[in-house]
Design a protein. Structure first.
Length: 171
């Protein structure tokens, strides 16, 4: 039923057809109503999700909890989220809410890490795909930071952001 979505999902690029079929057979689809919070920023994570159907919004909160959440991405079928939890035990980095009815497939970190420990070539290819996604995000973020740091000053808030950025070791 969801073979086309898995086939088009960049997470599975280079992964064998057998692994994809087995994956679909072994993982249950979870159904969510509109406006449901699927994951909460800064909470423990034990896996990731693949969007099979529906639309979701990724939102982040500032450190100051009185600041409103800011939308940073919209997720649609074949997108995935929570991938950081597959290679790290860090807390969730964002909130993800459904905008519509959504069908998601959950991948448990422990099961995935077992495949890595067994040196399963398909599990290792998925790790490569996750790393590639994270490198692309970091590269894009570095370009945005460079633009921000070199832009003419417009406000004291921008100056404060620049000072904070200069104190962070980016590379």
């Amino acid at each position: 039923m969801y073979e086309d979505i898995i086939e088009n999902c960049s997470l599975f690029q280079g992964v064998s057809a057998h692994f994809k079929q087995q994956f679909l057979a072994e993982h249950e689809v979870q159904h969510f109503q509109p406006t449901t919070r699927v994951v909460q920023q800064n909470t423990p994570s034990d896996g990731m999700y693949i969007v099979l159907n529906g639309e979701l919004e990724v939102r982040v909160s500032e450190a100051n909890k009185s600041d409103p959440e800011k939308p940073i991405a919209t997720l649609r079928p074949s997108h995935y989220f929570g991938e950081v939890s597959m290679i790290s035990e860090k807390n969730r980095t964002a909130n993800v809410d459904t905008k519509t009815y959504a069908d998601l497939m959950f991948i448990k970190r422990d099961n995935f890490q077992q495949g890595i420990a067994n040196r399963d070539p398909d599990a290792l290819m998925i790790v490569y795909n996750i790393a590639n996604l994270l490198v692309n995000r970091l590269t894009e973020t570095n370009h945005l930071i460079a633009k921000l740091v070199t832009a003419p000053s417009q406000s004291s808030e921008l100056t404060e952001i620049r000072q904070k950025l200069s104190a962070i070791e980016i590379l």
